[in-house]
Design a protein around this ligand. Structure first.
Ligand code: CMP
Length: 138
């Protein structure tokens, strides 16, 4: 059974002109794009999305960064999508990311780390529903 996950190409990767290259990595790894849109988000939208991190010291900087420019929001599908995307992304901190991962190739810091991917099934369901209506999932 294919599984769905949610992903974001973050503003740093878009600004650096890497959006197409990130999408190519996802395509090469066998992810099907269920839904995709490029947009800028407000600080309040970023705060709602990252609500679980609201007590973290990096919350203000993270939500400033995520609302600092356009991003690409995506719902992706494949067998084992959640774990496979996390593996393809690499460690949160690009300094610890394995060779060949998206963050190793495109991320510049622990915050400006090029891509987001859901970390569990419940998170994926929340994140997909936060950004997409059911009729957009095709
Ligand atoms: P993401 O996978 O989108 O989930 C939460 C984000 O918070 C993470 O990627 C990073 O961009 C950011 N983040 C996590 N840990 C730190 C940290 N220690 N300092 C700054 N930003 C962080």
């Amino acid at each position: 059974m294919p599984q769905r996950t949610f992903s974001i190409v973050k503003p740093d990767a878009i600004r650096a002109g890497h959006a197409g290259a990130v999408l190519a990595e996802l395509d090469k790894a066998g992810f099907r794009i269920v839904a995709i849109k490029k947009q800028s988000i407000s600080k309040a939208q970023a705060e709602g999305f990252y609500y679980v991190h609201r007590e973290r010291p990096f919350f203000a900087a993270l939500t400033d960064f995520m609302s600092s420019g356009p991003l690409v929001l995506m719902v992706l599908e494949k067998e084992n999508a959640i774990a496979d995307l996390r593996k393809l992304m690499g460690a949160t901190n690009p300094a610890n990311a394995e060779e060949g991962t998206i963050r190793k190739k495109f991320a510049t810091s622990i915050q400006e780390n090029a891509i987001h991917g859901s970390d569990a099934e419940e998170t994926a369901a929340f994140e997909i529903g936060y950004w997409f209506a059911g009729y957009e999932l095709i």
